[in-house]
Design a protein around this ligand. Structure first.
Ligand code: HEC
Length: 139
């Protein structure tokens, strides 16, 4: 019984450590350069919308699919199911948006509108750090 308790304690600790090291923000200055790749579709200027994608200012803490943009039905569904953007979920999303939506909605087919993948882990950490730095100034 002691061993069982110890083992479950260890497993819980391991799960905690795994979750907390899952994402570490990178360099926001470098991230601003990486963001050039996102700029074709996304703005980070307050109140500015682009036809190709939602504004990303204040994205962290925002329910998915609720910005002023015509989102895919799958993204709206994911938001309604409880998806709120965090550095971790944005990291997973921009790695492979379609795969992320499939996993989130537990569906084999989804309507995904973001046809862009950022495969480089460091680039993702940096661009997320950049987006976080913009949000710090929010009221
Ligand atoms: C080719 C255009 C395009 C590029 C490039 C692009 N995106 Fe997107 N992005 C979209 C579209 C379109 C959506 C809406 C997806 C949907 O409705 O399914 C989206 C959605 C998002 C969302 C969810 C926003 C919300 O409010 O729910 C995040 C976060 C995001 N993109 C981050 C990024 C980042 C970071 C980059 C650059 C590394 C990037 N995107 C590059 C088109 C793009």
């Amino acid at each position: 019984m002691m061993r069982g308790a110890l083992l479950s304690g260890l497993l819980a600790l391991l799960a905690f450590v795994t979750v907390s090291v899952a994402f570490t923000p990178g360099d926001p200055v470098r991230g601003e350069k990486v963001f050039r790749k996102c700029k074709a579709c996304h703005s980070v200027e307050a109140g500015r919308t682009k036809p190709a994608g939602p504004n990303l200012l204040g994205v962290f803490g925002r329910q998915a699919g609720t910005a002023d943009y015509r989102f895919s039905t799958s993204m709206v569904e994911a938001g309604e199911a409880g998806l709120v953007w965090t550095p971790e979920s944005v990291d997973a999303y921009i790695t492979d948006p379609k795969a992320f939506l499939k996993e989130t909605l537990d569906a084999s087919r989804v309507r995904n509108k973001m046809v862009f993948k950022l495969k480089d882990e460091e680039d993702r950490a940096d661009v997320i750090a950049y987006l976080m730095s913009l949000q710090e100034g929010d009221p």
